[in-house]
Design a protein around this ligand. Structure first.
Ligand code: ATP
Ligand code: MN
Ligand code: MN
Length: 301
């Protein structure tokens, strides 16, 4: 059967009007990737990145002097990014309201790069349905000693357990060490219910295989185990967005993959900003069609 994903089928690179200054500034010293190259990367992948990243509050990892110098995580802004970067007022726990950033086009992505951003982290909900998440993510963080083989197996295990609950999931290489297991949701349940599900699911896996998994933050308990970070699934938390570059050596990117491909990969940093052609081919071809798309709601747990 021909599966056509309308979000990724032959998406042309949208036009960019934002001017990027200091294009020759080296942002990734290990591989000489410049600010101009990074801006061009985001302009090129905008068509495949925005279907997931667009219309979602984003936090940025900004490294104005390059990834080897000071970087900071930015959630709010009063308008210094210009009009291509939109704002959505969000009520905080303490009752105050903060403006969060979101983008919906290539100009928005490039405007963030112009401001020194490297990474795009997104909420689990969209600005139109802020209180109703449209995705769950389990961030698998292996302890130091563990290899990618164990991480892959863990991801596969989560996939199977989710499938038993009737949930389709998709793997995302983080571009760093781990794999994120992404579960698309129809925005229906609100944050507390979604967080509760994520917590219960992760705790159940850790309880069933305590030598292999841990579901609590405590570093001491992680020795030789994989931390199933379910805490990405609370209101205000973020996870790396597909096709975001990472502020790590070699300019890797977070990359969607198929479960069948994951088995043969040996690193979560398989693709980088210089692989833009290959990333576009993969996304616009048939192989990744349907990645991240599933109309489903959480079961009771
Ligand atoms: P890796 O595979 O190497 O673990 P990762 O993207 O999963 O890469 P983590 O360190 O596990 O990185 O972080 C998980 C998520 O926590 C990030 O994707 C990000 O959205 C969020 N995060 C990271 N740093 C901060 C921060 N300073 N403040 C708030 N959230 C953060
Ligand atoms: Mn992680
Ligand atoms: Mn984590």
């Amino acid at each position: 059967d021909e599966v056509v994903d309308e979000r990724t089928a032959d998406t042309p690179a949208p036009a960019v009007t934002i001017k990027v200054s200091s294009r020759d500034r080296v942002i990734f010293p290990e591989s000489d990737v410049t600010k101009g190259e990074l801006a061009d990367y985001y302009a090129a992948v905008a068509g495949i990145m925005l279907p997931v990243t667009g219309h979602r509050p984003v936090s940025l990892v900004r490294c104005p002097q390059g990834r080897a110098r000071a970087c900071f995580f930015q959630k709010h802004d009063a308008g210094s990014f210009g009009t291509a970067v939109h704002q959505v007022p969000v009520r905080e726990k303490d009752g105050s309201t903060e403006n969060y950033l979101w983008v919906d086009d290539a100009d928005g992505l490039v405007a963030c790069v112009q401001m020194g951003s490297i990474e795009f982290h997104g909420w689990g909900s969209r600005v139109e349905t802020l209180e109703r998440p449209d995705r769950l993510v389990f961030d698998l963080d292996p302890d130091e000693g563990l290899g990618f083989a164990e991480t892959k197996k863990a991801a596969e295990h989560l996939k199977e357990q989710l499938a038993e609950l009737g949930l389709t999931s998709f793997p995302l290489l983080s571009g760093g060490k781990g794999v994120h297991v992404v579960v698309p949701l129809t925005p229906q349940a609100e944050w507390p219910a979604v967080k509760d599900f994520a917590s219960r699911f992760a705790q159940a896996l850790a309880q069933a295989e305590p030598d292999r998994f841990v579901a609590t933050m405590a570093k001491a308990k992680r020795k030789g185990r994989i931390f199933i970070d379910w805490l990405r699934n609370q209101r205000g938390s973020t996870a790396i967005m597909p096709y975001s570059a990472r502020a790590r050596a070699g300019a890797p990117v977070a990359a969607p993959v198929l479960w069948t491909e994951l088995r043969d990969l040996d690193t979560a940093a398989r693709w980088g900003v210089r692989d833009v052609g290959e990333l576009l081919n993969r996304a616009n071809g048939r192989s990744l069609a349907g990645w991240g798309v599933a109309d489903q709601v959480l079961p009771d747990l």
